[in-house]
Write a protein that binds this ligand. Structure first.
Ligand code: DI6
Ligand code: FE
Length: 404
């Protein structure tokens, strides 16, 4: 077994309740034993036994090391794009005109159904490589543009294959309850019946790690969403929810009752919703890319989330309609500039709290016993990761102990 020692670095460990902001260790050493971290601390406290057992010693060249980044909310697998609609709108077309011409989410569903698994793998692979180029080591990928068994299966299987093809951990989420496909127009309850039939089959095929829904006046009601949660719970699957993005539908309270890992978006979250999330231990996943792209003006209630101690994660929401985004670092900046998170909250949101939003306890922090997923950055201090608009501070990513 290889034992690797990394020195000549500082480490933002992101350890909870650390004395230093970011759990920062100025002159740090990291010991990697196989695919896990065996020791993390100040270099001058490194136990001699690790140097004795060391097979590879690495000079990090003064880099800052953080945990591998975690993008905990993406819709990475879809056909086509919506650049044409973006352009039409900026040339004066209304949403209604575009929707009547088969645009919006329906156009992505059509393009996704028409695409082969190989096409989807190629396009999602391009987006995934962009995320990985900024140090992402774990990514969640939702279905939700197939909306029929064969196509939901195709998208989830593509997500699984991406996790085998690339040195990144992929977590899949079944989002059958994302939108009502045209063949069920006006029959939302019948479509929910169809979703309830898809879920056990996809789960039996090993394609589902969690279950999500879109609880909103333009999508599924709280009662319809609850039927999906009941089915998930019966299979022992954790749930999460797109909640209070465009209005307050009480989705957060509903999700909390089912012990949701996370509630996502939350611009319209109420005090009752925040309280329910705090009691359930649900993470608030903030998605500044969608807020920006839709030119929303209602901010998620950050002070309320802080007041109730709800952990906040930050993610790209990478999708063709509301956040065509493949840069998690830009989301750090937007979480700070638009939502007024501190840089420390933002970085916690793509590491420790993003891991919690996926129910993962073995990553998101640099600590002995956890996965050796970490990133070397060409920056002096952690705040630079949130400060930069573009730029390329990424030097190297280590995934399960290996350079990638
Ligand atoms: N919320 C969103 O903003 C996206 N999905 C969701 O649940 C919209 C997806 C799209 O327009 O393609
Ligand atoms: Fe989303």
């Amino acid at each position: 077994m290889s034992v690797q020692v990394w020195t000549h670095c500082s480490a933002a460990t992101m350890a909870p309740r650390a004395e230093q902001a970011y759990g920062l260790i100025q002159d740090a050493a990291l010991v990697v034993d196989g695919g896990s971290l065996a020791w993390v601390g100040p270099r001058d406290a490194l136990p001699a036994k690790w140097l004795a057992r060391c097979t590879h010693q690495h000079d990090a060249g003064g880099a800052l090391i953080t945990p591998g980044l975690i993008d905990c909310h993406t819709h990475l697998v879809y056909g086509g794009d919506r650049a044409n609609e973006f352009e039409m709108r900026l040339n004066g077309a209304s949403y209604e005109t575009i929707a009547r011409a088969g645009g919006g989410i329906a156009s992505t569903v059509q393009a996704t159904r028409q695409a082969s698994a190989a096409d989807l793998q190629a396009s999602a692979g391009r987006r995934l490589r962009q995320l990985m180029g900024e140090g992402v080591t774990t990514v969640e990928i939702k279905s939700g543009y197939g909306l029929a068994l064969a196509h939901e299966r195709k998208c989830l299987a593509v997500a699984r294959v991406l996790g085998q093809q690339y040195a990144v951990d992929v977590r899949t989420t079944f989002l059958g309850a994302h939108a009502v496909p045209h063949e069920f127009a006006g029959r939302t309850d019948d479509y929910v019946d169809a979703v309830l039939q898809m879920l056990p089959q996809l789960h039996a095929e090993g394609l589902v790690d969690a279950v999500d829904g879109f609880c909103e006046c333009i999508a599924f009601s709280a009662a319809q969403t609850e039927r999906v949660f009941v089915a998930a719970q019966a299979l022992g699957l954790p749930v999460k929810l797109h909640a209070e993005q465009l209005s307050d539908s009480g989705g957060a309270q509903l999700a909390a009752r089912y012990g949701a890992l996370s509630c996502d978006h939350l611009e319209w979250l109420s005090p009752e919703g925040a309280q329910a999330m705090a009691r359930a231990g649900s993470v608030a996943v903030l998605l500044p890319g969608a807020y920006y792209f839709l030119r929303e003006t209602k901010l998620p209630p950050i002070a309320l989330l802080r007041q109730h101690g709800v952990p906040m994660a930050v993610s790209t929401d990478s999708n063709p309609g509301t956040s065509p985004c493949t840069t998690l670092l830009l989301m750090l900046n937007m979480a700070c500039t638009l939502f007024r998170l501190t840089p420390e909250e933002a970085l916690t949101g793509v590491t420790r709290h993003a891991a919690a939003a996926l129910g993962l306890k073995d990553r998101g922090v640099l600590a002995a016993g956890l996965r050796a997923d970490f990133v070397l950055w060409d920056v002096q201090r952690p705040a630079e990761l949130s400060y930069g608009l573009g730029g390329a501070p990424h030097l190297q990513t280590i995934f399960k102990g290996q350079a990638r």
